[in-house]
Design a protein around this ligand. Structure first.
Ligand code: NCD
Length: 394
């Protein structure tokens, strides 16, 4: 697909200038000023053009829990939020522990055609906490494994999984939560497990990605590990920087204190946080009433982060682009996330001046479970392109 997007403010991690971007056969071919091409032209005057976003942590609930979300509703929600690639978690029904389930998901995502996806496989088979024999059979499509909310309680099993993952060049994504301590103290549960997962990662030499870091201590352990040159990356969720525990909303890890959110923001500014990831976790109203943890987030992430991080002056747009596009692409191994010749023509046009009120009634996700209802935010995704083809609005 060929397209020329003209006169917008072109921004990625390394640049911010007014100009044009030309995409040929789905790939960025030329970047400049006053480009003329014989193809579809989009006038981006007054808009910012960024690489579309990549979400390293989403639950699209397919197969098996499609009353909460499915690959089609999740894909539509993603492009509305400016995302063209998602990393899907394995806590589906059945749990994703084999290539049949991976292939089912990837084929369906391809057929829907709105986003690209990576499907995570569970670290232990069916989240049983013990058996890692399925890891041997994983194909090269699988670049990350995760036990999601279960984590792996037995450290010797986790170490064996990390050894196997290192051998196969797979990254272990850790939802760090010590379930023996969850009922005692959720902060201790996260902090002890973050420390353990870093230690096992360093011992095994495996690449480790720490999911939704939410506390001062967990983040400090990561900062220290990065200082030692460990193969460690981490993500922070929009709700852990924009909300604190005075908002009553059930999510794992929980909403924390002001000092935690402030420290996460400082670490985003100082370059220690690799990615913003939403942990988009759709639930029905009834499931939420019955205590299911989690919130949707893929349709509101850019607005929330732009408002909280950029409009409040903590970081600039190139840094936001780095943590929403460039670094997530590098971690998942995608040729995306930068406006550079040769990268995928996955782009998003954003109206930075637009004031919006978050209204769950307008979500394309099946989930309406958001604590951001009624929040005033700045910035709205106007159009999303994948490989030069407009995928939002459709
Ligand atoms: C996750 C979900 O709903 O799948 N919810 C959440 O609060 N993050 C599961 C989990 O990680 O606990």
């Amino acid at each position: 697909m060929d397209i020329l997007i003209k006169n917008s403010r072109v921004i990625d991690w390394s640049q911010d200038f007014k100009g044009d971007v030309y995409v040929e056969n789905g790939i960025i071919k030329e970047i400049g000023i006053d480009l003329q091409k014989d193809c579809a032209v989009v006038d981006g005057e007054g808009m910012a053009l960024l690489p579309s976003f990549i979400d390293l942590h989403v639950h699209f609930r397919d197969p098996g829990l499609t009353y909460k979300e499915d690959l089609e509703s999740g894909s539509k929600a993603a492009v509305k939020g400016g995302y063209t690639m998602v990393n899907l978690m394995a806590n589906t029904k059945p749990v994703c522990s084999d290539m049949d389930t991976v292939n089912y998901v990837l084929d369906k995502v391809r057929e829907i055609g709105l986003v690209d996806a990576h499907q995570c496989v569970s670290i232990t088979r069916g989240f049983d906490g013990k058996d890692i024999s399925h890891l041997e059979k994983l194909g090269p499509e699988v670049r990350m494994i995760s036990e999601d909310g279960y984590d792996v309680m037995d450290s010797s099993v986790m170490l064996s999984a990390m050894n196997k993952a290192r051998e196969k060049g797979i990254t272990v994504m850790c939802h760090s939560e010590n379930h023996d301590l969850s009922k005692v103290d959720m902060r201790l549960a996260e902090d002890t497990m973050t420390w353990r997962n870093i230690a096992l990662g360093e011992y095994s030499g495996c690449a480790v990605h720490i999911a939704h870091v939410s506390t001062v201590d967990s983040m400090s352990y990561i900062v220290e590990a990065k200082g030692r040159g460990s193969r460690i990356s981490c993500e922070v969720a929009p709700h852990h920087i924009a909300l604190t525990s005075d908002v009553v909303y059930r999510v794992n890890p929980p909403l924390r204190e002001r000092r935690d959110a402030d420290y996460l923001i400082k670490c985003i500014r100082d370059g220690y946080v690799d990615a913003i990831a939403t942990d988009h976790a759709p639930h029905t109203a009834e499931d939420k009433k019955n205590g299911s943890p989690g919130m949707v987030g893929i349709e509101t992430a850019f607005q929330v982060c732009y408002t909280k991080l950029v409009c409040e002056g903590h970081i600039d747009l190139p840094r936001l682009s780095e943590i929403m596009s460039k670094r997530p692409a590098e971690i998942i191994g995608a040729n995306k996330g930068q406006i550079k010749i040769g990268f995928d023509g996955d782009l998003v046009l954003v109206d930075l001046e637009k004031d919006t009120v978050i209204t769950s009634g307008s979500f394309l996700s099946k989930g309406r479970n958001t604590p951001f209802e009624g929040f005033k935010v700045k910035g709205e995704v106007a159009r999303t392109f994948k490989g030069g083809r407009q995928v939002y609005p459709l």
